[in-house]
Ligand binder design. Structure first.
Ligand code: SAH
Length: 355
């Protein structure tokens, strides 16, 4: 049994079943035993691989997208270039390299990273050693400046709650103990006013998810973008309105049990883009959702891939083709991942996205 399993078992024995968001937060971010707090999980040797780790093209194109939004809005100086959950810092490094030639951009920008994991902060400092980022525990402390932000696979790591429909009410799924081991259970039925709109599109027994931590992050970005300008790209797997149980554990590139060995597997859930849009409402605009493949192809990934391929051959070229396919292929990240942006009222949406 992992050390974290022992801690959680003792806590549940003392105070009763635990909400899933508390369980997920402990598994991912417990200061001593949390998954992100203790390791670098990315890459072929890690547990999963993300788009910026697959190819430099991903960070280059998202960086250029934000730089174009900055130009379209009159090139404000200073401007905050923000990444939420930067992982190894690869996306930001590729974005900064690709935008070096944009006149005035690097003179105007300040790099801000929202990251809670000390292990990953150290890794990001290493990757971005030529720059001077400022780290934040949450989006609340970001500067009050025009803000260009990107979040890739950040919102899917935020803790979720799950509710199972029962008649006109909902039973929350919780982590309890069965024979002294962690087991999922259901709380007693309650009326949940915040889920009233889900009584229309669910049948008895269906699970819906909410992510309480997402709206405050969107609010913090939307307030800055709405009043000062900028844009925020949200890239993640999920869709408009989540339905069903999407919580998953991944270890060593394979699916794992969410309760077995807490703290040693990545936990994530699909992002509900409708909820993110609602959180920005009244403060700034949001674009439609675009599949990642469409977004990247509108930004010119095919041309960029061809330009990079000119100097490649053999296994390197094959890997480059495979990376292109993973980022843009059907039933790969190309369609599973969606992109949405926040942008100011009266401004054009960032390139690659539609109002
Ligand atoms: N964007 C990176 C990493 C995605 S993994 C990439 O695409 O490769 C999720 C990232 O979000 C990690 O860096 C993790 O430490 C960070 N993270 C997770 N929950 C967070 C939270 N609540 N606040 C800040 N960072 C968080």
């Amino acid at each position: 049994m992992t050390a974290l399993a022992e801690i959680l078992r003792a806590e549940i024995a003392a105070t009763g079943p635990m909400r899933l968001d508390a369980y997920m937060a402990a598994c991912l971010m417990h200061p001593e035993h949390g998954y992100y707090a203790t390791r670098d999980p990315f890459g072929e040797k890690g547990d999963f691989i993300t788009a910026p780790e697959i190819s430099q093209m991903f960070g280059e194109l998202t960086g250029l997208c934000l730089a174009q939004a900055w130009l379209d809005q009159g090139a404000p100086n200073p401007v905050a270039l923000v990444e939420l959950g930067p992982g190894r810092g690869t996306l930001m490094a590729d974005a900064l390299r690709a935008t070096r030639g944009v006149p005035g951009f690097h003179d105007a920008l300040q790099v801000h990273l929202v990251e809670t994991s000390p292990a990953l902060r150290a890794r990001q400092a290493d990757t971005l050693s030529g720059h001077t980022p400022t780290w934040h525990d949450s989006a609340d402390t970001l500067p009050d400046l025009p803000t260009l932000s990107v979040a890739n696979e950040f919102f899917d790591a935020l803790p979720i709650r799950q509710f199972q429909r029962q008649g006109d009410g909902w039973c929350e799924r919780v982590v309890g103990l069965s024979d002294d081991t962690l087991a999922l259970g259901l709380n007693a039925k309650r009326i949940e006013p915040t889920l009233a709109h889900r009584l229309d599109d669910t049948a008895d027994g269906v699970i819906v998810e909410t992510c309480p931590a997402a709206a405050p992050v969107i609010n913090a970005l939307a307030r800055r973008i709405g009043s000062r300008g900028g844009a925020a790209l949200v890239i993640d797997y999920g869709d408009w309105r989540s339905l069903g149980d999407t919580l998953q554990a991944v270890r060593g590139h394979d699916r794992a049990d969410i309760l077995a060995a807490p703290g040693t597997a990545d936990l994530s859930a699909h992002v509900d883009f409708e909820a993110l849009t609602h959180a920005a409402r009244g403060t700034c605009n949001t674009t439609r959702l675009a599949p990642q493949a469409l977004f990247l192809s509108r930004l010119g990934i095919t041309q960029r891939a061809e330009a990079l391929a000119v100097n490649m051959s053999g296994p390197k070229l094959e890997a480059h083709h495979a990376a292109f396919h993973r980022l843009t292929g059907r039933d790969e990240m190309g369609t599973l991942f969606k992109v949405m942006a926040l942008y100011p009222e009266g401004a054009a949406p960032p390139p690659g996205l539609e109002p």
